[in-house]
Each structure stands twice: as structure tokens, then as C-alpha cells.
Write a protein that binds this ligand. Structure first.
Ligand code: IMP
Ligand code: MG
Length: 178
């Protein structure tokens, strides 16, 4: 499997540094507010687990599963909610925790959905941002790193459900999915 990794893009240490930085910023921005972190499954599990421990505030977490991908590497454009949260977020400050923003379709749909449920605020925290392929006008409020237009795996990110357990972010060789 590791033979399919073209190169390491971001080391475990680099990810850790970004998580610490974002955690400190969120801690200061949400002081005194009721914060709910929403982990967007499955890709954000590792990032959410790390990020929540870097936030020094009382908070709640919940999980949502959405999908726009099949087993390929292109967004299908249609977002399906496969599992919704069960927390009442009315009046609460929602922070959507995402692994990577690509087309932006997933987050723009989710942001709208949570605003309609009358959250006090809805913001986005993403480990990675791939702005080259954006199809909607959406940008993260907190972002670890901007990445080039390549398919990346590791730290929760998968290709066909594999590689989520890689401790670093790697670039997948195109021949692995072409
Ligand atoms: P969007 O709706 O196109 O922004 O899709 C975002 C979702 O697509 C992410 O949460 C990932 O699950 C997946 N995705 C986008 N780019 C990559 C990538 O380079 N590697 C792995 N998954 C990706
Ligand atoms: Mg995802």
C-alpha cells in the first residue's frame, strides 16, 4: 500500500503544530460561548480527536456523515446526509470540523442546513484546504494548511476507504486510482 504514496506532503509534526495553533485560536475566540464541534465523518475523526484536546473550553461534540464521493477521486456534486447529529444546536455556536475542503459543495450545504436550524453561528475549521478545485464560494474560518491540486491521503483522509490510518499526509500516485 505504501508503494502507492508518491511523497509525504505534511509530516505528523506539521499537522500537530497546525492543530495546536487552531486550538489556541478557537479557545480564545469562543470564550464564554456554547460551542458544539461537529465532526464530519469519516475523514475528520483523527483531526477532531486531536483538535478537541487542543481547545481549552467546555464543549460538546457530535457526528455527521455526508458523502459526495463514490470510490473515485472526483466530487459527485450531490451531497447525501447519511447520518445526522442528535444535538439541539439552536442558539449554540457550531464549528464544523472537516478534513479537507475541495469543491466546497459539502460544507456549503451543511453551513446552510445548520443556519436554518438557528445556530447562533456556523463556522468552519478544516485541516486542509484545496482551493484550486472550488465550485462554490466558501472559505474556512480556521485552516491548517493549503494543499496543491493533488489527491492526498492519511490523517483520516482515504482513497477507497484505505490510508486513513497513515500518521502523515501523503500524495497518492495517480496510477493508484487511474
Ligand atoms: P467537497 O464537497 O468537494 O469539498 O468534498 C470534500 C470531501 O471530499 C472531503 O471531506 C473528503 O472526504 C473528500 N476529498 C476531497 N479531496 C480529497 C483528497 O485529496 N483526498 C481524500 N479525500 C478528499
Ligand atoms: Mg470527508
Amino acid at each position: 500500500m505504501k508503494n502507492n504514496i508518491k511523497c509525504e506532503l505534511l509530516s505528523e509534526q506539521k499537522i500537530k503544530e497546525a492543530v495546536e495553533k487552531m486550538g489556541a485560536q478557537i479557545t480564545s475566540d469562543y470564550k464564554g460561548k456554547e460551542l458544539v464541534l461537529i465532526c464530519i465523518l469519516k475523514g475528520s475523526i483523527i483531526f477532531t480527536a486531536d483538535l478537541m484536546r487542543a481547545i481549552d473550553l467546555p464543549l460538546k461534540i457530535d457526528f455527521l456523515a455526508a458523502s459526495s464521493y463514490g470510490s473515485g477521486t472526483q466530487s459527485s456534486g450531490t451531497i447525501t446526509i447519511k447520518k445526522d447529529i442528535d444535538t439541539d444546536i439552536k442558539g449554540k455556536h457550531v464549528l464544523l470540523v472537516e478534513d479537507i475542503i475541495d469543491s466546497g459543495n459539502t460544507l456549503s450545504r451543511l453551513k446552510k442546513m445548520f443556519s436554518e436550524r438557528e445556530a447562533a453561528s456556523v463556522k468552519i475549521c478544516t485541516m486542509l484546504d484545496k482551493p484550486a478545485r472550488r465550485e462554490t464560494e466558501i472559505s474556512p474560518d480556521y485552516c491548517g494548511y493549503t494543499v496543491p491540486d493533488e489527491f492526498v491521503v492519511g490523517c483520516g483522509l482515504d482513497f477507497d476507504e484505505y490510508y486513513r490510518n497513515l500518521p502523515y499526509i501523503g500524495v497518492l500516485k495517480p496510477e493508484a486510482y487511474e
